[in-house]
Design a protein around this ligand. Structure first.
Ligand code: FAD
Length: 326
């Protein structure tokens, strides 16, 4: 995944006004995957630079992540990006896992430390202690593979075409308002600098509620020597329950105005509209202020995030998209 690459134009020719990307999570059970596949197809149709799939968060397991990534690779033209974490991994185990993803043709990663399980107070990390170490391990696993790929030449039995392997791209997480466990204000910029030095080529931020949180962080990071693109991560918040949950996970401060608006609105439709309008307004300010693109936490549902992008003027309206496809 190169975030600087021009977008491809899928059938129907939708080109977003700025680069966009989406995050999905693997299903928690082996329930039929049709709904998720439909969501992937709908998201792929608006030409995102990549679709990322979480790993291990909320109890999901790696095999299910890989299934979703394989589906994206086989059935869409979009780059699949695999989240990987350090949790519980030995060097040997992590290397094996990375090779499995590489063998499946996954070349884009988001290297994360991961969080301890909610019910455990034991040490949760294995040999790998930080995402910067995982970045280096992914890079090494790729370097240890044969530098060339062989593909059969159709119609010429026994003949192969030899091409150089594509390099992996490794993204990392960034925290505009600080990681909940960081001990001092600039620790997160230093952590990002270390991840860049380890080989990361893109940062994706934790959610935040005010554009200034992002711009101030980017400025601090640039001053400290961070040069990689810092992609703002946006989450449409469409219910008080979701708001509570994300505040718990991210350690962000309660955005009082949004919280009150969601609490007093009696209907689901009304709350969804509030969440969409709020996320769209944030995106407009980020794009006007020069953000290099927009990453949306999609919660495995396409309608809300596509509505946000339409409202923000990043995508043409659904009616125009449908007309363009014919
Ligand atoms: P690191 O980069 O290793 O460190 C994180 C921060 O912790 C640093 O910024 C620093 O401020 C602080 N820190 C580092 N070392 C220390 C130390 N020794 N003492 C105190 N503080 C320290 N989790 C999942 O399990 N699965 C996912 O798929 C997933 N996807 C995510 C996607 C995004 C975009 C983001 C932002 C987060 C995601 N997470 C996921 C959550 C992430 O794993 C946690 O936030 C985790 O606590 C930190 O991971 P990291 O890679 O940023 O860690």
């Amino acid at each position: 995944m190169s975030f600087d690459a021009p977008p491809f134009a899928p059938a129907g020719g939708v080109v977003p006004r700025v680069p966009i990307s989406f995050e999905l999570y693997p299903p928690r059970t082996s329930a039929p995957a049709e709904a998720l596949h439909e969501t992937i197809q709908q998201l792929a149709a608006v030409a995102p630079r990549f679709i990322s799939v979480t790993y291990g968060a909320g109890g999901s397991v790696g095999g299910r992540s890989l299934d979703v990534l394989r589906y994206i690779r086989a059935h869409t033209a979009v780059e699949p990006l695999a989240h990987l974490t350090c949790v519980g991994n030995t060097y040997a185990g992590a290397s094996r896992l990375i090779r499995e993803f590489l063998d499946a043709g996954i070349l884009s990663f988001l290297a994360l430390r991961g969080d301890p399980p909610l019910d455990e107070s034991e040490p949760f990390l294995g040999d790998l202690e930080s995402s910067a170490q995982l970045v280096q391990l992914i890079d090494r696993a790729q370097a240890e593979r044969a530098p060339y790929e062989e593909r059969p030449i159709p119609g010429v039995p026994g003949a192969v075409q030899v091409t150089p392997r594509k390099r992996v791209s490794i993204a990392v997480a960034a925290y505009p308002n600080g990681h909940p466990r960081s001990t001092y204000r600039h620790q997160d910029v230093e952590a990002l600098l270390a991840k860049q030095a380890a080989g990361a080529t893109l940062a994706i931020t934790q959610l935040f509620f005010h554009p200034d949180d992002y711009f101030a962080f980017v400025e601090r990071a640039r001053r400290a020597g961070v040069t990689i693109p810092i992609l703002p991560g946006i989450m449409p918040i469409t219910s008080p329950a979701r708001l509570r949950r994300v505040l718990e996970l991210s350690g962000e401060e309660l955005p009082a105005e949004l919280s009150i608006a969601l609490e007093v609105e009696p209907t689901v439709e009304g709350r969804t509209e509030i969440g969409i309008a709020r996320a769209a307004a944030l995106i407009r300010e980020l794009v006007d202020g020069g953000a290099p693109g927009i990453h949306l936490y999609a919660f495995n549902q396409h309608r809300t995030v596509l509505a946000v992008l339409e409202d923000a003027g990043i995508l043409p309206s659904t009616a125009d998209r449908v007309r363009g496809a014919h």
